[in-house]
Design a protein around this ligand. Structure first.
Ligand SMILES: *[C@@H]1O[C@H](CO)[C@@H](O)[C@H](O)[C@H]1NC(C)=O
Ligand SMILES: *[C@@H]1O[C@H](CO)[C@@H](O)[C@H](O)[C@H]1NC(C)=O
Ligand SMILES: *[C@@H]1O[C@H](CO)[C@@H](O)[C@H](O)[C@H]1NC(C)=O
Ligand SMILES: *[C@@H]1O[C@H](CO)[C@@H](O)[C@H](O)[C@H]1NC(C)=O
Ligand SMILES: *[C@@H]1O[C@H](CO)[C@@H](O)[C@H](O)[C@H]1NC(C)=O
Length: 372
């Protein structure tokens, strides 16, 4: 192949890559603001997109994201060192090493052999029970594993920037809240007003030793996914603070109706058709739920009384993992028995987004051509 055609090839691939990294993600959710990971230099890995189904693809994406993150971190914390000449596509361009493992799965036409990957992955997903079918539960668990690995990786990366004395723990003094927290006064009002403050930190500190290890720090960043009861209760307190517009420390029916109830209803209706209904038709079900939650019957909801619905107000990774599983099944379940065989998965490449991610792998061959 001539040098010219290689250059044309690479330009096309870079354009494709640029397009992919800027295209809107399919599974964007209207509640994603809840999960935004706010760091002091505001790196936002566009939560909540679906995590790659194939760990191999996830690995490639992770390396790419790490580099992008490092670059952004340097630009924010050491602007004097930033490389201002870098082309936009440069930051997301994968490096040769990223593809070492993936190359085994490319076929003669430089395409990622999805069939081979599925043959390999299927038995790893089909475990409960291992019966030749992937059901919703197995697929949700699989997605959870991928998501948890991803989330923990991001937390570790984030933790390194805060753990100034490198002892593997973050103290509150080491933790540098985002600038908008430091600058906000006590009267500041709005969403997430208690986030990243000392009370949030203390609630994340499960063993109360004043330091967060990686588990606790991960919980701190993702309270909705935590199993720490102290932190879940803090999240409920925070919800009360956020909704309590008349500042009496509790949520009355009006405050519940205009805010919380919609979130609960949307959560329950997500898979069904949730067209907008009028306030009037929603009043009765809202009052019913309110009465159910208001255990002590005082006409107000306290933090503890929000516990039963907090998972719906702050959807966890499990929620998204299940949503993604349902989506994959709906796309590939040809015989509509609610589960997937290997053949169904192979015949219905599970996700166009993931397929297009895989096209990034085309770059491998182009890089290798260049190096020859
Ligand atoms: C993928 O690999 C399998 C088995 O090695 C082979 O039969 C199939 O033709 C390959 N698919 C493509 C698209 O190359
Ligand atoms: C915020 O409140 C705390 C006590 O709750 C107080 O110590 C601090 O001075 C207040 N800060 C401002 C900026 O008002
Ligand atoms: C957080 O915990 C520390 C003790 O570890 C305590 O001194 C501090 O007052 C607590 N802060 C809040 C806001 O609860
Ligand atoms: C972090 O501390 C908690 C107790 O607060 C403990 O359960 C957890 O296993 C620890 N994590 C690690 C990675 O050591
Ligand atoms: C949802 O319902 C509305 C009318 O109630 C209808 O126009 C729309 O097509 C429905 N959407 C789906 C996805 O069923």
């Amino acid at each position: 192949m001539g040098k010219f055609s290689i250059i044309v090839y690479i330009s096309i691939a870079l354009l494709l890559l640029f397009f992919l990294s800027h295209s809107p993600k399919k599974t964007q959710n209207h509640r994603h603001r809840r999960l935004r990971l706010r760091s002091s230099y505001n790196f936002n890995p566009s939560r909540h997109e679906s995590v790659a189904f194939d760990p191999l693809v996830a690995d490639i994406e992770r390396r790419r994201e790490d580099r992008q993150w490092e670059k952004q971190y340097m630009e924010n914390s050491h602007p004097e060192l930033a490389d201002h000449d870098a082309a936009p596509a440069h930051e997301s361009q994968p490096e040769w090493e990223d593809f070492m493992n993936a190359e085994d799965y490319l076929n003669d036409e430089d395409k990622f052999n999805v069939t081979n990957r599925l043959v390999l992955l299927f038995p790893k997903i089909d475990v409960d029970p291992a019966d030749g079918y992937i059901n919703e539960h197995e697929l949700t668990e699989w997605n959870m594993q991928q998501a948890e690995r991803e989330v923990l990786h991001r937390s570790q990366r984030e933790m390194e920037t805060h753990d100034k004395n490198r002892d593997g723990f973050v103290s509150f003094a080491e933790y540098d809240p985002p600038s908008w927290v430091q600058n906000s006064d006590n009267n500041s009002f709005g969403y997430d007003m208690g986030w990243w403050k000392e009370e949030h930190f203390n609630a994340s500190d499960a063993d109360g030793n004043g330091l967060l290890n990686i588990t606790e720090f991960n919980d701190f960043l993702h309270p909705a996914d935590s199993k720490n009861p102290k932190l879940i209760l803090w999240l409920c307190k925070e919800e009360v603070r956020e909704r309590d517009s008349d500042k009496d420390g509790k949520v009355n029916f009006k405050e519940f109706f205009h805010g919380l109830f919609d979130l609960v209803r949307n959560y329950d209706d997500e898979v069904h058709n949730s067209s907008h209904l009028s306030d009037d038709s929603m009043d009765a079900p809202a009052r019913q739920l309110f009465a159910q939650l208001d255990k002590d019957g005082d006409g107000y909801l306290s933090d503890v009384e929000l516990l039963p619905i907090i998972g719906k107000l702050h959807p966890s990774e499990r929620y998204y993992a299940k949503q993604q599983a349902d989506y994959i099944i709906s796309q590939a379940d040809t015989d509509k028995d609610g589960r997937l065989t290997l053949t169904e998965m192979i015949e219905n490449p599970y996700d166009m987004e993931i397929m297009s991610r895989i096209q990034i792998l085309l770059l491998v061959r182009m890089n290798s051509l260049l190096k020859k």
